[in-house]
Design a protein around this ligand. Sequence first.
Ligand code: SAH
Length: 343
Amino acid sequence: MINLLDLELNKMEQLLSDMGQPKFRAKQVFGWLYKGVSSFDEMSNVPAVLREKLAETAEIGLPQILKVQQSKLDGTRKYLFGLKDGNAIESVFMKYKFGNSICVSSQVGCRMGCKFCASTLGGLLRNLTPGEIAGQILAAEKDTGERISHVVIMGTGEPFDNYDNVAAFIRIINDKNGLNIGMRNITVSTCGVVPMISRFGEDFPQVNLAISLHATNNEARSSMMPVNKAYPMEQLIAACREYGQATSRRVTFEYTLVKGVNDGPKDAAALAGLLRGMLCHVNLIPLNVVKETGFETSSKSSAIEFQKILEAKGVPATIRRELGDDIDAACGQLRLNAHNDAL
Ligand code: SAH
């Protein structure tokens, strides 16, 4: 069975032309998918014969909602979705003043091995297809009855370890015949798979790039993030500077504050030194404690002091507002908890 959500419009045109259909049919079917229909029968302007024919070979592969947690504080909704093969992934729907945003997963599990992260504890099971990533948006829109205008690819998985599917996903949700989500409303977050950064800048110069940095020197970064052994910081920072020059876009650096590990005033000064002169922004993220990892979160006062030092040295920095604090909102914890419950 073909999952129609996996197809970019040109592939849909190919599929339908192989079925002897005129080109405009592809736009119709594509349009219906992103209006959120879950059956071919709902495609009212598509001839019944074609609907039947499609149903024989293709499906609308929306994920199933296994569990939802709704924050009482801010409307954040966290989903555990079930896929056809029985795997589970998670996504987080968040309400902001500028609109609704969703954080989607790009892989089932992750092989990057960051020491503080829950998503990587069981390793990588498989890549998600473009349609499985897009399905998270459609299922959340259907469930909330609200339109999602912003997408961050920051859930479970390393997007640059599944580049082609993530790229197809971006083109699909950007298509004006479908969800029409603007490139500037999409953010990709990477742990630092350096060779993909320049390619991403060429392919998607308008999509926002976020880099998970979390440390200011190779020793500290390698001990938290194994990817740093393959692509050390000099290479990563150089690639970000080149990306900035090529695209004129500001890079966001995510810096998770871990108590006693990377959250001191010296670390803040070192970070400012590292990023000096770069078109960038630092997003300070208080660590979400994952009990399996043994790390503790920074105090609010150290976070504020850290931010002040960066700002004083000319590096714009914000402390990420914690949404959904009352639910398992962070980074693979719902999937991990579901897995642990099953054991
Ligand atoms: N693999 C990509 C995207 C997924 S992780 C990446 O590494 O960027 C999304 C962000 O959450 C990353 O910055 C990651 O380092 C951070 N993160 C992971 N576990 C966390 C935790 N327990 N607390 C706070 N941030 C965490």
